[in-house]
Write a protein of this length. Sequence first.
Length: 242
Amino acid sequence: MHITGQIALVTGANRGIGRQFVLELLERGANKVYAAVRRPETADFDNSRVVPLRLDLLDHESIAAAAKTAKDVTLLVNNAGISTGASLIKGDLTNVHREMDTHFWGTLNVIRQFAPVLSANGGGAIVNVLSALSWFATADTGAYAAAKAATWNMTNAVRLELAPQGTHVQSVLFGVARTDLSTDGYDGPMIDAREVPRRSFDGLTSGAIEVIVDDTTAMVKEALAGDPALFYSQITDKLGVS
């Protein structure tokens, strides 16, 4: 898929990585970009090709309504998410549920609602924005890591289910990206946030089903084939994760 001429929808489009996806889509010639956010008034893009749209991952009715409105979508970018910082044992169980409800169930709900839309428009593509934490965890990222891990394998499953209708499904994984969101006090490796949509869309052009953006994430994936005891013994507070 080439981006020129596509009709895209990006969730969590008003800030961070989501905003960079919108800007990259515009730069590459997308005809229209639905900026899907909980509060459309925050999608302050000064471009007539950007259409703010209400979508809340925890509100099924808003997702269904968005799919009825955006019937012309050919590219879906699932970027929206949260990070509560909840650990699995001592963390607030409500926040643990919020992580899974948002990343896994919310993203799956969006895919289920938009799959028929993509099919009707020739198949199109889905991009799921994931994390290096899809493949490992730290003591204080348990809820987030578990939710991202579940979403990574859900991505693999829906890829197989949607292949017959011609929908390409891509996962994008990276560590920490420098954005307007909270990276204050973090001194580990960070990538330019613009690299995430750039690598993703380059991957769509070449037909890649999985895009690894940075060296940290590549190292994590490579370590999966080895002894996990060795990997976890090498984790330090300077290891970058998104």
